[in-house]
Design a protein around this ligand. Structure first.
Ligand code: DOR
Ligand code: ZN
Length: 418
């Protein structure tokens, strides 16, 4: 089907290099130049910024297996509502995406249900290297160094084998299972016979647990020259290790909750902000901002991990880890730009250009001639409160409810379609 020709007129187009007033012509889902504008539908973007569609390399849409929390229609709605035009989905589903058959079944079930582009990870369970080598067109391999939602943790020997034998991108959830187990015994004993304080989560899944696991995977990457991307860095100690391994090609992402929430927030949010890796001290939060600014942290990715309100209201041991993040991603960081905490060009770097570069996503992340017309138009002056009623995620809550953000997306185009 031939798509509508559209002219975005009078807006300011943002890239990592600067912001320039420029009209953008879209034809057949691509950005075109030197083409007759006659016949195009004109959309006036005066006073608005035009950014490349955001790329979120870390989401957990819950299909198959838990579509009561999120499905591809609701998850991708939350994405495009936040200017995200491409997501990469994690493999901890039921059944897990650890075989080519499950991967292809997942692709089939997504067809016709998504508003955004997507890539899929295949999971490593320690035994499926042959399947991984057969898998085609994947965003990468996801490996859990420790158990998290889905219990996909693998042992060190299996990990070494993956780094030695797989030459694609390896994305790790790096926490040390041994340290977590030891801490669990020690810290949970204190709560014998009474309700467990949710703040214990940050003590159990400690900074040491993250640091130790990250040391190990960075060491393996250095030795094997594998392409390692460390998911959701959360603390200074961990990022220090990564800083020493950037020269070996190690990259990493930070999630919004590790930039906005800290262990002070347990008093309000209780188990709702139970997440792996956990929220950290305010000093660690500061370190995340600093390392993002200085380029040790390459990008922002949401780790959007929806669980229902009922699930989150249970007692500590039963509450699944994870927080929803997609609906609020762009407003959070546009608000940061308005507060002069980052420039709009840096934002485009962290959320569009770097993910496209590092994950090798062709024709996306930039608004260049011939690139896909994945575009978000933003109003930097629009102020709105995050309200439950306006969320698209099926889980129906956000840790930022009640926050007032200035700067919101007003239009998202995916492949030239509004
Ligand atoms: O908190 C988390 N939630 N961490 C993970 O590793 C998985 C995720 C989920 O799928 O809920
Ligand atoms: Zn995750």
């Amino acid at each position: 089907m031939k798509k509508e020709k559209i002219l975005l007129k009078n807006g300011s187009v943002v890239s990592g290099e600067g912001t320039f007033e420029r009209d953008l012509l879209i034809e057949n889902g691509k950005i075109v130049e030197g083409v007759e504008v006659k016949g195009a539908k004109v959309i006036d973007c005066a006073g608005k910024l035009i950014l490349p569609g955001l790329i979120d390399v870390h989401v957990h849409f819950r299909e198959p297996g838990a579509s009561y929390k999120e499905d591809w229609t609701t998850g991708s709605s939350a994405a495009v509502a936040s200017g995200v035009t491409t997501v990469c989905d994690m493999p901890n589903n039921t059944p897990p995406t650890t075989t080519v058959e499950n991967l292809e079944k997942k692709r089939a079930l997504i067809k016709g249900k998504t508003y955004c582009n997507y890539g899929l990870y295949i999971g490593y369970d320690g035994k499926n290297l042959a399947e991984i080598k057969k898998a085609k067109n994947i965003a990468g391999v996801k490996v859990y160094v420790a158990n998290s939602t889905g219990n996909m943790g693998v042992d060190n020997e299996a990990l070494e084998k993956l780094f030695k034998e797989f030459d694609g991108r390896i994305v790790t959830h790096a926490e040390d299972e041994g340290i977590i187990e030891k801490n669990s015994k020690e810290f949970l004993a204190e709560f014998e016979g009474r309700e467990i304080d949710p703040a214990v989560h940050s003590k159990i899944r400690s900074v040491e647990a993250a640091e130790s696991a990250v040391k190990m995977v960075c060491g393996l990457a250095k030795e094997s020259k594998a392409k390692l991307h460390v998911a959701h860095v959360s603390c200074d100690a961990e990022v220090e290790v990564i800083a020493k391994h950037k020269e070996f090609g190690v990259t990493c992402e930070v999630a919004p909750h590790h930039l906005l929430l800290s262990d002070d927030d347990y008093s309000v949010w209780k188990n709702f902000i139970k997440v792996n890796p956990p929220v950290r001290s305010r000093l660690d939060v500061f370190s995340m901002w600093k390392n993002l600014k200085f380029g040790v942290i390459d990008m922002i990715a949401t780790d959007h991990a929806p669980h229902t309100i009922e699930e989150k209201e249970q007692s500590y041991e039963k509450v699944p880890s994870g927080v929803p993040e997609l609906d609020t991603l762009l407003p959070i960081f546009l608000n940061t730009v308005n507060d002069e905490g980052m420039t709009i060009e840096e934002l485009v770097g962290y959320l569009c250009e770097k993910p496209a570069q590092i994950f090798g996503i062709k024709n996306k992340g930039y608004l260049k001639e011939g690139y896909d017309a994945d575009i978000v138009v933003v109003d930097m002056d629009l102020e709105k409160k995050v309200e439950r009623a306006n969320l698209c995620t099926k889980c129906g809550w956000s840790p930022y409810e009640g926050s007032n953000f200035k700067g919101w997306p007003v239009m998202t185009f995916v492949g030239g379609e509004l």
